[in-house]
Design a protein around this ligand. Structure first.
Ligand code: ACM
Ligand code: ZN
Length: 659
């Protein structure tokens, strides 16, 4: 390793030894180095390697020694040197002094990423630069920009100006109002929509980045040790493209399709031209092509798609998607780049060193590895930051879910893989900020931090020496610092945590009793079966996460769908029957309208004991309400029915409490 004696201008300050991510090996002495400091500059070779991401985790290794005589950094490469200075920045106190230390450090994973969705809501270059400054502090080394989606195309493409002229602006600033109403784009040919204003104001909203701005951003990030990964969505999530260029969809109608027509050669030509410009802006070895959530509905009836499938000798549209993705994998390889995509692309017969970004379920990593691919883990269960990070009633509206700092930190990448598979195939981990419910830069920062610090910690430090209380202490200090630096970080010290009811078990008359589900009512949905048939009487109440294994989800519709009967074993006296239901409008989980309790002694003839009614009403944040019938009675069988809300959707219940 090469040795560098340097002194440094340090931007941040923090209490001693409170570094995130924690170094792999660190010893601290009692003394301080109080020397004069100057800044470290990366040479052009280092900037080139970082902007392409062609350095390895070994290149990021460094040794840092601070003694009375100065600061000594030992590193093989400039990126290792940069990582050492990022540690130093955190170790320097308010007076600019650094405690004597010997630190020997290297990352666990090559990819330690942050994704920001700049399509659902547009964020300025200045905002992105500010995030790069923050992310660099924690040695995050990839910033993935979700540049295109239905809500707006955000990258200037010289060959196809309508992508930005029309597709970068939408007619409502609120994504929710726009998406749930009649989504339209604001083209400059329409005088009413000429005035483009940022989110938060009335009128059309949006924006895009020029190629010059993006090239400057790439350089800005590389100087701080971060590679920008562009994502161009295909074949789905492309409503904005297919309104600007409707001839690329199967039906050629604007405002109708989300998926490109993979039977039309024009789709391939168009996307290749787009990617050529993307490649010219972003030196990154990896180019993300999305690949998620294609409905493929129009492909089933499209003559061009039918012809293409015949030519390829395939009969199903999933194989057509595979063909489409594989085409762009080869295209990128020809340009010396590598395709990366969401986990739906696994079946696409891609080159073996392709990286799959796992999002639907962490276990999909196993399928990807079995196909010979590498994986970047960003499962919705732990790594999606559009979810609530604290008790929803105390938080701004989010997309749903409940992902606390502790939950993010608890993630173990590739838990079901062997040690060898993990070592060979896990490229890294990433935190994703989708922005449907993130209308302002302040809220974006609030959702990102401190959760992104847990991604940085796992990504650099691995999971073998996990210790949440220790990490939380370090995170608390960082939160204070970030807030003092003007970052609108969630105040971890005010954390309320999970729903109080979920922290202890509830004792009641029906606990452990058998529950039967009315055969004519569709059963609880498999994906939300929780603990199965025992869920509603196991004494366990749900938390703020509807997918925590305690809430049982029932498919709704307007018919009666929640219809269960409890057998108490013998006739017993009781005075109340209550059930908590969750409402989370984003994922269409609603309260019931009527809650009906009936009783019987023979299990077949029931009489209604009472009911509770609640008018259907949407709410912003996740809520839980207790539906209850209070009446003294004696019976062996208790039947509980709940009618769905006026909005259909789902019903979620955790326990039927009989007292
Ligand atoms: C995704 O969340 N659709 C990748
Ligand atoms: Zn088609």
């Amino acid at each position: 390793m090469r040795i560098f004696f340097i002194s440094i201008i340090l931007l941040g300050t923090s209490a001693l030894a409170q570094v995130i991510p924690q170094p792999s090996h660190a010893e601290f002495g009692k003394g301080f180095y109080c020397g004069k400091t100057t800044s470290i500059l990366l040479d052009d070779n280092a900037i080139d390697a970082i902007s392409k991401a062609t350095y390895s985790p070994d290149d990021e290794a460094y040794i840092l020694d601070v003694t009375d005589s100065g600061i000594k950094i030992t590193a093989e490469s400039p990126i290792g040197r940069l990582r050492a200075t990022q540690t130093l920045a955190q170790l320097t106190d308010a007076k600019g002094n650094v405690r004597h230390c010997h630190i020997k450090d290297h990352p666990a994973y090559a990819w330690r990423g942050a994704m920001i969705d700049v399509s659902r809501n547009f964020f300025t270059i200045d905002f992105l630069k500010k995030q790069i400054d923050v992310l660099a502090r924690y040695k995050i080394n990839r910033l993935h920009l979700h540049l295109t989606d239905a809500a707006g195309w955000r990258i200037e493409i010289l060959r196809y100006p309508r992508l930005t002229k029309l597709g970068a602006f939408r007619t409502f600033n609120s994504w929710k109002t726009w998406w749930n109403g009649r989504p339209e784009y604001g083209g400059s040919s329409d005088p009413l929509r000429r005035k483009y204003v940022p989110a938060g104001s009335e009128g059309a909203c949006g924006g895009y980045y020029t190629q010059k701005e993006l090239r400057d951003l790439v350089l800005y990030a590389a100087r701080r040790g971060i590679t920008i990964i562009p994502e161009i969505e295909m074949p789905a999530h492309s409503e904005e493209v297919l309104t600007a260029y409707p001839e690329l969809s199967c039906t050629h109608e604007p405002y109708k399709q989300a998926d490109f027509c993979p039977g039309n050669v024009a789709s391939y030509d168009f996307l290749e031209h787009v990617l050529e410009e993307v490649i010219s802006i972003f030196p990154s070895h990896y180019i993300h092509i999305g690949g998620d959530e294609a409905a493929k509905a129009s492909w089933r009836t499209c003559p061009l798609c039918a012809k293409k499938m015949q030519e390829l000798g395939i009969s199903d549209v999933d194989k057509l998607q595979s063909h489409f993705i594989a085409h762009f994998g080869r295209f990128l390889n020809k340009h010396g780049r590598q395709l990366i995509g969401w986990d739906e692309i696994i079946d696409s017969n891609l080159t073996p060193n392709t990286n799959i970004m796992v999002w639907r379920n962490a276990d999909i990593a196993t399928n990807a590895v079995n196909c010979g691919y590498n994986v970047i883990l960003s499962p919705g269960s732990h790594c999606y930051f559009d979810t609530y990070q604290d008790a929803p009633p105390s938080q701004p509206e989010a997309g749903g879910g409940f992902t606390t700092l502790e939950k993010v930190y608890s993630f173990i990448p590739g838990e079901k893989l062997s040690q060898n598979e993990r070592k060979k195939h896990i490229t890294g981990i990433q935190g994703n900020l989708w922005t449907e419910y993130v209308p302002t830069p302040d809220i974006a920062e609030y959702m990102l931090y401190p959760r992104m610090l847990a991604i940085a910690e796992i990504g650099w430090n691995g999971t073998e020496t996990k210790n949440y209380p220790d990490f939380r202490q370090r995170a608390l200090k960082e939160v204070v610092l970030l807030r003092s630096m003007g970052v609108n970080c969630f105040d971890l010290s005010s954390e309320v945590g999970d729903r109080a009811e979920s922290r202890s078990e509830v004792k009641h008359l029906a606990r452990g009793c058998r529950v039967s589900y009315a055969p004519e009512a569709p059963y609880y949905k498999k994906a939300y079966s929780a603990a199965g048939d025992v869920t509603l009487t196991d004494g366990k109440r749900g938390g703020w996460n509807n997918n925590d294994g305690r809430w049982q989800g029932f498919i709704s519709g307007r018919e009666m769908r929640f219809d269960v009967t409890i057998d108490l074993g013998s006739s017993k006296a009781f005075s109340s029957v209550s059930t908590d239901f969750m409402q989370m409008c984003g994922p269409e989980i609603f309260y019931p309208e009527d809650y009906i309790v009936s009783i019987s002694n023979d299990g077949s003839h029931f009489t209604e004991l009472g009911r509770m009614h609640r008018d259907s009403m949407k709410t912003l944040n996740t809520e839980v309400t207790t539906f209850c019938v209070k009446k003294k009675a004696r019976a062996r069988f208790i039947r509980v029915q709940a009618t769905p809300s006026a909005f259909s959707g789902w019903l979620f219940a955790d326990e039927i409490v009989v007292k």
